[in-house]
Design a protein. Structure first.
Length: 325
């Protein structure tokens, strides 16, 4: 939702321009979570949001999802170390405020509704109870808008950089530290598993992925790490048959089973472009073979490699041209 210029006019006719430089720097201070009402809304939300982003949790005592969401909001906000605040508003006790906000287009017909304020205006909102990972993503987006970031963002960036540079031991230590701080950070858990795989500790990587909270098991990063682990095991078996597979294909270019196994072996050897090429050739020759097994295997590669990996992007473009020509 875009910010409403009318917000400042109604709540603060004497608004002064905010100082540049993003949200206030975090530090030791009072609890960033507090109860609010229509009397304190101007000070606690509108004015405070000129210094630091403020989430407003509109809830009600009769609302079951509210009881699920509010503790999650409190946890994520406190983990932000003062970079964001949370004000909780009981809609039944603050009907005048609810009516006033409705005039500005803020929908409060259902709760929970969480509105994010920055610079005295509504910057974004969501409704319904979200899992912690989604709440964290929402807060991260808000902090990015305000020129800041969550405390773990620097650590995550450093861990990813170490992994990209091939420093898998360093990446392991950084991802492990972040996972310790944020046990429900899917990127940290997936990165930890991948670092262990790259160090040859697949059993430990499997333990990490098996221990992921149920609500994170379908997260793209976790699914990708799981696919990478499965492909590594399949690849070892196929790699031992590399000469046999190449011989079979030389004798029969339409031996799609051999071509698929060859692709798995090539992927295990780190030859992503050649692995993708093998599957694309199989799709070109007979797309429907074995219930489109080559296409499905290629999608599994994409998941394991990451959807922004150069090999994924290149192969996806070629796959599209084959499927939609």
């Amino acid at each position: 939702m875009q910010a409403s210029p009318a917000m400042d006019v109604i709540f603060d006719p004497n608004r002064q321009p905010a100082a540049p430089g993003g949200p206030a720097a975090p530090g030791a201070g009072p609890d960033p979570v507090k109860e609010g009402d229509q009397k304190t809304f101007m000070q606690d939300v509108v004015q405070a949001s000129r210094q630091v982003p403020v989430l407003v949790d509109f809830w009600a005592t009769w609302c079951g999802p509210c009881r699920q969401l509010t503790p999650v909001l409190e946890k994520v906000v406190r983990a932000a170390g003062g970079r964001v605040r949370l004000v909780k508003i009981d809609i039944d006790k603050n009907r005048q405020l609810v009516a006033q906000l409705a005039q500005l287009g803020l929908p409060l017909q259902s709760v929970p509704t969480v509105a994010a304020f920055w610079q005295g205006q509504i910057a974004d909102l969501f409704q319904g109870a979200l899992p912690e990972s989604e709440v964290r993503r929402f807060v991260e987006g808000l902090l990015k808008l305000a020129g800041g970031q969550m405390p773990g963002a620097d650590l995550l960036a450093e861990a990813k950089a170490a992994a990209e540079q091939g420093d898998h031991r360093g990446a392991l230590e950084l991802f492990a530290a972040l996972a310790q701080q944020e046990p429900e950070n899917a990127e940290a858990l997936a990165g930890l598993a991948r670092a262990l795989m790259n160090l040859g500790e697949e059993d430990r990587a499997r333990q990490v992925l098996e221990g992921v909270p149920a609500k994170l098991r379908d997260h793209a990063e976790i699914a990708g790490a799981r696919s990478a682990l499965e492909l590594a095991a399949e690849g070892r078996k196929a790699r031992a048959r590399l000469a046999e597979l190449e011989k079979r294909l030389a004798a029969d270019p339409d031996d799609h089973a051999a071509r698929l196994d060859l692709a798995v072996a090539l992927n295990a050897m780190g030859e992503r472009a050649r692995a993708a090429e093998a599957l694309l050739e199989s799709i070109r020759r007979n797309r429907s073979w074995n219930d489109e097994a080559a296409r499905k295997q290629l999608l599994k590669f994409f998941e394991a490699w990451g959807f922004n990996d150069p090999a994924t992007l290149a192969a996806r473009r070629r796959l599209s041209s084959l499927l939609f020509r």
